[in-house]
Design a protein around this ligand. Structure first.
Ligand SMILES: NC(=O)C1=CN([C@@H]2O[C@H](COP(=O)(O)OP(=O)(O)OC[C@H]3O[C@@H](n4cnc5c(N)ncnc54)[C@H](OP(=O)(O)O)[C@@H]3O)[C@@H](O)[C@H]2O)C=CC1
Ligand SMILES: O=C1O[C@H](COP(=O)(O)O)[C@@H](O)[C@H](O)[C@H]1O
Length: 504
């Protein structure tokens, strides 16, 4: 286990939603599980005025860990401090630096600082610049790291500009771009499933795989983030980042080792091999966007997207995106990938489904079952892996049933699965960037996404409505044509039908 050195974590945007809902609870859990170093403090920074005490109370309240033992909460709270930046971020950095130096000395943080940028992205570069003006990027005494929240850019050009901007002040090795999907245990398990088992990797190619399907569904709507989401949409919000990272892990070639740069090099090659979609006919046929409409769910009326707070009533922003694409390399030639993401679906579920080809020669009369060989990697909830395969029904003749071979993380008993932000924060504290996206990976993902977004700007590109609570617009079924159809999974993988009897 790498050592976690003494350090100071500065969170910019500490009065915001992410800090209270994700970052502080993750730090609290790390503290409880004894992962924090002996000397560790957090300095929250934002424009709003708060005392240390007010900050501690606010995050404790919003982080919902108040039901925990008081002794723990109190001891953890003593590690939290707050500094306000008055009206603007580009003034008062001198005072901020003085506070940092003071905490560093008193709490023996050894000049090791992480700066977590949890503000609107428009401020990322300015913060990096202001830190540099105070010498806070200088690694002669202690290391300095910069964690950058999503969204990382709005397009390829803006992502490049942001990379260039940050590289003016921090080296790439100091920059940690968060993609919280990479912090999920089940996402990391894709690498283990593929590269620690001799049963899967030999089949992991066009000879045995028919198609690959990825579903990321949320039952919730845009909630309080309408202002952000309306400028972003599902493709930018989920597909360009989280889902293309999943694709990269599925598509990549075996890395030489588990070294972060080896893995990131292979992911980059995978992202570069996605076939660019530039032909308008292909874009029209192979991309679908939709927007949820109001409907009744469990007897209650649910708002349509255009009725949501801070959303333009004439918005054409997509809350559903589905894309069919191909990967132009030796391993994946002609294997279609179907990826969809949406809000207001029937349930919250993310899974990758590897659909295997039928055996080359069928000896059983009814061979449909063979089409059903699937490996389902359940990212969330009910995290696990399910392999569907044909088994013989006991008795005369050959009746084939679909059997399930499964593994559930919940079966591991008490062993705690780290929440994504816990894992990612701990990794950054230890200087491990494996689960963070590198500049070139982010740009490669934008290079693939940009033409879709550009096509969607054209008046020809349709936005299909779908009632909140269904599996997206009907039109999306045409995308996954022929013998394929979307697997619309239930919330619990364990409830997945284990057999269906077929007469042979
Ligand atoms: N919330 C979430 O679930 C997720 C958030 N993110 C990303 O995390 C970052 C923070 O998000 P979130 O906490 O939700 O955002 P909030 O709007 O809740 O918080 C933004 C923070 O930045 C500060 N801020 C500084 N300058 C400005 C400004 N000009 N306008 C608005 N706020 C400012 C705010 O405090 P003050 O006004 O006091 O300065 C506040 O602390 C963003 O990059 C977001 O995309 C990513 C994934 C999920
Ligand atoms: O980054 C984001 O992710 C969440 C979904 O995260 P999950 O871990 O709950 O699957 C999504 O709701 C949000 O819109 C997006 O910005």
């Amino acid at each position: 286990m790498p050592k976690t050195e003494n350090q100071l974590l500065v969170i910019f945007g500490a009065s915001g939603d992410l800090t209270a809902r994700k970052l502080v609870p993750a730090l609290y859990k790390l503290y409880k599980d004894d992962h924090l170093p002996e000397h560790f403090v957090v300095l929250g920074v934002a424009r709003s005025f708060m005392t240390d005490e007010q900050f501690r109370n606010r995050v404790a309240l919003e982080s919902k860990y108040l039901d925990d033992s008081e002794a723990f909460i109190e001891a953890f709270s003593e590690k939290l401090f707050y500094e306000d930046l008055h009206k603007k971020y580009d003034v008062s950095y001198r005072e901020l630096n003085e506070r940092i130096q003071n905490l560093n000395t008193v709490y023996q943080c050894n000049n090791n600082f992480i700066f977590y940028l949890s503000t609107p992205p428009s401020l990322f570069e300015a913060i990096a610049k202001n830190l540099t003006a105070e010498g806070l990027n200088d690694e002669r005494l202690g290391w300095k790291r910069l964690i950058v929240e999503k969204p990382f850019g709005y397009s390829l050009d803006t992502a490049k500009a942001l990379n260039e901007g940050l590289h003016r002040y921090f080296k790439e090795s100091q920059i940690y771009r968060i993609d919280h999907y990479l912090g999920k245990e089940t996402v990391q398990n894709i690498l283990v499933t593929r590269f620690a088992n001799s049963v899967f990797e030999p089949l992991w190619n066009r000879d045995y795989i028919d198609h690959i399907e990825i579903t990321n569904a949320e039952s919730g709507g845009v909630e309080s983030r309408g202002g952000y989401y309306d400028k972003s949409g599902a493709l930018r919000d989920m597909f360009q980042s989280h889902l293309l990272q999943l694709v990269a892990l599925i598509v990549m070639e075996p890395p030489l080792s588990a070294d972060p740069e080896e893995i990131r090099n292979e992911k980059l090659k995978a992202l570069k091999s996605l076939r660019m979609m530039t032909d308008p006919e292909v874009l029209e046929r192979d991309t679908i966007r939709g927007q949820y409409l109001s409907s009744m769910i469990d007897g209650e009326r649910v708002n349509g997207y255009r009725e949501e707070e801070d959303v333009d009533p004439d918005s054409i922003t997509e809350t559903y995106a589905a894309v069919k694409f191909f990967v132009d390399n030796w391993r994946w030639a002609d294997v279609p990938f179907y990826v969809r993401t949406a809000k207001r679906m029937p349930t919250k579920v993310t899974e990758v489904v590897i659909h295997f080809k039928s055996p080359h020669h069928q000896i059983f009369k009814n061979s449909n079952i063979n089409k059903d060989n699937k490996l389902i990697i359940r990212i969330q909830p009910d995290e696990g892996i399910l392999l569907k395969f044909g088994v013989k029904v006991p008795g005369q003749g050959f009746k084939v049933e679909r059997g399930n071979l499964d593994f559930y993380y919940s079966g591991l008993g008490d062993s705690h699965i780290m929440e994504a932000y816990e894992r990612l924060l701990l990794d950054a504290m230890q200087g491990d960037a494996t689960l963070y996206a590198r500049a070139d990976e982010v740009e490669a993902a934008w290079r693939f996404t940009d033409p879709i977004l550009n096509y969607w700007k054209s008046p020809k590109a349709k936005v299909y409505g779908y009632s909140a609570g269904v599996w997206g617009p009907e039109h999306a079924n045409e995308l996954i044509e022929g013998t394929h159809e979307w697997r619309n999974p239930g919330r619990n993988l364990a409830d997945d039908p284990g057999y269906c009897v077929i007469d042979c």
